[in-house]
Write a protein that binds this ligand. Structure first.
Ligand code: SF4
Length: 352
């Protein structure tokens, strides 16, 4: 009987499971309310530490580990105690995994910088260019806190922490991309991921302007040096997936599902958080989507995988929840541009 149970379990398991990136959303709280925020349904909850333990056990059981464990929120440093608890645990148990935090940078202090450096954590700051552009869309940010943020970035870079930024481009800001990138270069930002704000009302004209302006930046050798292209240089093979853990204990097969409303989280969570076992009926949805994605080209740039996740998210919603036409068009353009211009990879994936 025991043998039969084991065989049944094996049958239900994915044929080959390998995790690439994993996000842990430590809190749903944030000290800003950016107009383009992708996290559409925040309920003020924190991540369950029991769920994090189940996630680490899942990695051990499946004999896999993420290349990068990404901590995010809300604002991750609002849940500082849990954040550092999980970072320390990951540092002990996932030796080959890079540790990375996405943050708006407003709550990082000198003691945090020391700990982050000791743990070998890299940082990704959300800053959209100069103060005017950033204050316009990162609602709640004041000029004094913008100045504090740029000082914090300088301190982190000086401390030897690997830093970069996501420069989110609102459709209203496509004509300010050059200004934004040059400002970030002027404050010593080592690399910048210029990314379109996904849920905003992109029109064909705005998409065309984004591409034209981006191409002009990428053709300039000095600017190209800081432009982030990892997502186009990393390749995804069949059987490889991302995971993301959301408060209090939902698990999804990638980052795009951050924007799902509560009822969809309940419906599509990938596991039973009590025993960490996958729900086979949900896993098969991802497997079918991946099989379709890899049908023509088994090996794909990572950004292509993200485009398919957006489409899967719309399928889960049963509606055109997000304008995938515009975002996926820009994403595929970024991949083509980065590959054609041979942009280099920036490293936060060396393990610690
Ligand atoms: S800082 Fe990040 S999580 Fe907070 S509102 Fe802005 S985009 Fe959303």
């Amino acid at each position: 009987m025991e043998r039969l149970d084991t065989l049944l379990m094996q049958e239900k398991r994915p044929k080959s499971f390998k995790v690439h990136y994993t996000w842990i959303y430590v809190t749903e709280r944030c000290n800003l309310h950016c107009d383009y925020c992708f996290f559409r349904h925040m309920h003020g909850r924190e991540i369950s530490l029991d769920a994090v333990e189940q996630l680490f056990l899942l990695f051990e059981r499946e004999e896999t580990a993420p290349t990068t464990l990404i901590f995010s929120g809300g604002e991750a440093f609002l849940a500082k105690e849990n954040l550092f608890k999980i970072l320390n645990e990951a540092h002990q148990r996932l030796k080959e995994t890079s540790l990375h935090i996405q943050t708006n940078g407003l709550l990082i202090n000198a003691a945090d910088i020391v700990q982050l450096r000791e743990l070998g954590v890299s940082l990704e700051f959300g800053i959209d260019g100069n103060s005017q552009t950033t204050l316009e869309h990162r609602c709640g940010l004041k000029p004094a806190s913008f100045e504090k943020l740029t000082n914090t970035i300088a301190q982190c870079v000086a401390a030897g922490i690997s830093c970069g930024s996501t420069m989110t481009v609102h459709p209203h800001e496509v004509e300010h991309m050059e200004q934004g990138l040059d400002f970030l270069r002027s404050i010593g930002m080592p690399h910048v991921d210029i990314t379109p704000a996904a849920f905003m009302p992109w029109t064909p004209e705005l998409v065309a302007s984004f591409k034209k302006n981006y191409l002009a930046l990428a053709r300039c050798r000095e600017r190209r040096r800081v432009m982030y292209a990892n997502e186009d240089i990393e390749w995804i093979s069949p059987g490889v997936m991302d995971l993301s853990l959301h408060p209090p204990n939902y698990l999804f097969g990638g980052d795009a599902f951050l924007c799902l409303p509560e009822e969809k989280r309940l419906e599509f969570t990938l596991w039973n958080p009590v025993n960490g076992q996958f729900r086979p009926e949900i896993m098969s949805i991802y497997e079918d989507a991946y099989a379709k994605m890899h049908q023509q080209h088994p090996r794909l740039p990572y950004r292509e995988h993200v485009c398919h996740s957006f489409e899967l998210m719309n399928t889960m919603m049963g509606t055109e929840y997000m304008n995938t036409w515009a975002i996926n068009d820009i994403m595929r353009f970024l991949t083509k541009t980065h590959l054609r211009l041979r942009l280099k990879k920036y490293g936060h994936d060396q393990g610690h």
